[in-house]
Design a protein. Sequence first.
Length: 324
Amino acid sequence: MPTYTRIIATGSYLPEKILTNKELESIVDTTDEWIYQRSGIRQRHIAADGELTSDMAIKAAHKALEQAGLKPSDIDGIIVATTTPDRTFPSTAVIVQAGLGMSAGLAFDVQAVCAGFIYALSTADGLMRAGQAKRMLVIGAEKISAILNWEDRATCVLFGDGAGAVILEAHEGQEGAQSDGILSTHLYADGSFKDILYTDGGVSLNGISGHIIMHGREVFKQAVNLMSDAVTAALEHNNLQVSDVDWLIPHQANIRIIESTARKSGFSMENVVVTVHNHGNTSAASIPLALDEAIRSGQVKKGQLALFEALGGGLTWGSALVRL
Ligand code: UT7
């Protein structure tokens, strides 16, 4: 029997502090109306001073463990997708491991910016199919506020902090569209776009973490085309139609990108999970945050088929088809 992996639990965490569009009006030359019309964002959560990416990841992980009825010692692998690690090294994943009181199993970070969660999910799926682990925590966690230029109105109004986690479990069984779990993942990158979304700092570049620089219109255009290609790839690979999929769970960057990608892929917005209005763009945390909220609110149910899609700096992008 082949091994496949299932998402058995989800958890998430948002920092206490909420920053509204109205409050941003006193920080940069912007308006609530501009932000909402151009992005769909009403508010975002911002981590407290001293609240680290690992702190948020650990809280999301505890929620997922609680939902699964598991102890940290039941987990034998952790991958954290993040662009905003606590430190240059060690990885945020080992800090999370220590924070959960674990001292065994594999742990490392994945850096694929806003596509990080799909990259991490795919990596964990591959490791588990290869027998490297039986239960893994895959976490997207970001303190994006730490790399925002709070004088750049074109970027600082769009992002937020938070963390989302899933627990993956290895199972033996039938693969294919009717089976549980991750049916397929599809990862892509094109470094020729590295200069349309990046930070102006880095360890070997200048020794600082830098701030986000984004050519918004160009990213927008590429995002819609490339994410809808990734959606098509997932459907074709599994011989499925749009009507077979219960939920599109996209990276939450901008409602206009979400709507355009859904339209181009043939999805009705009734089948799209949207949280961008309350969270802003939380980068690698956005899909697991949206998934957890949708499951806990009862919107998304066990047994339903969900298609994740994301795009981030690099450019990196991808999709994953998962029966929940
Ligand atoms: O996670 C993946 C990475 N990120 C994304 O997916 C984001 C991709 N891009 C976008 O979401 C959109 O391009 C933005 C929301 C960033 C911008 O929307 P847009 O419709 O592409 O606007 P724009 O960049 O073309 O700017 C339009 C105008 C400009 O003024 P002028 O040149 O027309 O006079 C900007 O200076 O809006 C101005 N502007 C603002 N005005 C008020 C830019 N930022 C703001 C602001 N408030 N915060």
